[in-house]
Design a protein around this ligand. Structure first.
Ligand SMILES: C[S@@+](CC[C@H](N)C(=O)[O-])C[C@H]1O[C@@H](n2cnc3c(N)ncnc32)[C@H](O)[C@@H]1O
Length: 374
């Protein structure tokens, strides 16, 4: 099968590295989707292990389509009956870019009609009741070529299952994982998030450092489809075998809000990493450490609630806290345009990322490297 992995802008390199470490080699990316060949075991592995991918899709086919008739004929020619049943709850998801078929909703309607006709004929039924398993069908039209996909993940892969309580401006888990993965953090290094909010960054850092698969416990849509072998239990076993049960981490996470700290602690418990993170309610200005070569990884506030002057002062003080730490590196994600200037200097690493559709910068300041261990 041809598998497609949509990735958010700015995290493609992280997902490619994650694919490499899972043994999938160099996979090409087109239009924000990384593609590779695989079977249902790969579908299960990618869903369970990838930290920063949005979803895992199966591409059933791609055809030139500039009119609704061409779109219908293309969709009608695909073997939907191999995956869907007379009870499938078919949900449509669409995109269009530089194409004559710009009306996404109407295109979805045309494709759904083709799928229904296909299923009625191939399954020999008069109607579909849509009371059963969910199947999200994607229709993406780029430059007048329509790609038809089935979404194996269901809920987006950022939904690990541990974050059940809501706080303002949480960081997407997949973006947090990309931040951790592209930083110099690894198990054994001091780590601190001084604006931890609901706990996403320290939790993702702990999952990464302990080699815990981020999505080992959650459900996926593909397991309820027709003709799909029972591959998930084996992959969950693989995830269990690979997790590091020996290392004890000492991550530090703090926030000025007591409520945020209690929410973060609760989420860490749900993720199974609570004993690896020390949560403290404190203003970030109080942080100091005598440990060397640590990593500050944070997502400070940047919304409309703080005035420009207050934001500037916050980032300025954050920069002072960082510069008092011996040989630490610091990475922070922010949508505040003056962040770098206020923090006190140009970042050595800079990347554009999106969090909840807000354009943000990921700024990296690198500390000295520890001496090589003989
Ligand atoms: C953008 S949110 C962090 C979201 C977090 N990454 C998450 O995933 O939930 C920013 C956080 O900074 C906290 N904060 C604001 N000013 C602070 C300060 N001076 N010291 C420590 N935390 C502060 C807020 O309470 C808020 O939880």
């Amino acid at each position: 099968m041809k598998l497609l992995i949509p990735v958010a802008s700015g995290v493609e390199a992280s997902v490619k590295r994650q694919l490499n470490s899972l043994g999938y080699g160099d996979c090409p990316a087109v239009n924000g989707r990384i593609s590779l060949d695989g079977d249902f075991s790969d579908v299960a592995r990618l869903n369970v292990f990838l930290r920063s991918a949005e979803r895992v899709l199966i591409e059933l086919g791609a055809f030139p389509a500039a009119t609704f008739d061409e779109l219908y004929d293309a969709a009608r020619s695909l073997p939907w009956e191999e995956y869907l049943s007379a009870h499938s709850l078919i949900r449509m998801d669409g995109k269009s870019f530089k194409s004559k078929l710009g009306a996404v909703k109407a295109s979805g309607g045309v494709v759904k009609k083709a799928i229904v006709e296909c299923l009625k004929e191939k399954l020999g039924v008069r109607s579909l009741d849509e009371k059963g398993e969910r199947a999200i069908v994607g229709v993406s039209v780029y430059n007048d070529v329509a790609s038809f996909t089935l979404d194996t993940s269901g809920e987006g892969l950022h939904k690990r299952g541990y974050r059940t309580l809501t706080l303002e401006a949480p960081l997407k888990e997949t973006v947090a994982a990309a931040m951790v993965e592209s930083s110099v953090y690894h198990a054994g290094k001091p780590f601190a998030d001084l604006f931890c909010g609901s706990g996403t960054l320290p939790i993702e850092a702990a999952l990464y450092a302990l080699n815990i698969a981020p999505n080992a416990r959650r459900p996926f849509d593909f397991t309820s489809w027709k003709c799909v072998p029972d591959v998930l239990p084996r992959v969950r076993e693989e995830a269990e075998d690979l997790r590091d049960r020996v290392t004890k981490l000492e991550l530090f996470a703090s926030d000025i809000s007591e409520h945020a700290v209690s929410v973060a602690r609760y989420h860490a418990g749900r993720a199974g990493v609570e004993k690896h993170i020390r949560f403290v309610c404190a203003d970030m200005r109080e942080f100091s450490s005598a440990e060397r070569y640590g990593v500050l990884l944070s997502n400070p506030p940047y919304g409309e609630r703080l005035k420009e002057d207050d934001l500037f002062a916050l980032y300025r003080d954050f920069g002072k806290v960082y510069r008092a730490l011996p040989d630490w590196s610091c990475y922070f994600l922010s949508g505040f345009e003056g962040a770098e200037r206020a923090f006190g200097g140009r970042a050595e690493k800079r990347r554009k990322l999106y969090n909840a559709n807000i354009p943000c910068g990921l700024y990296g300041y690198l500390g000295a490297k520890p001496p090589k261990n003989k």
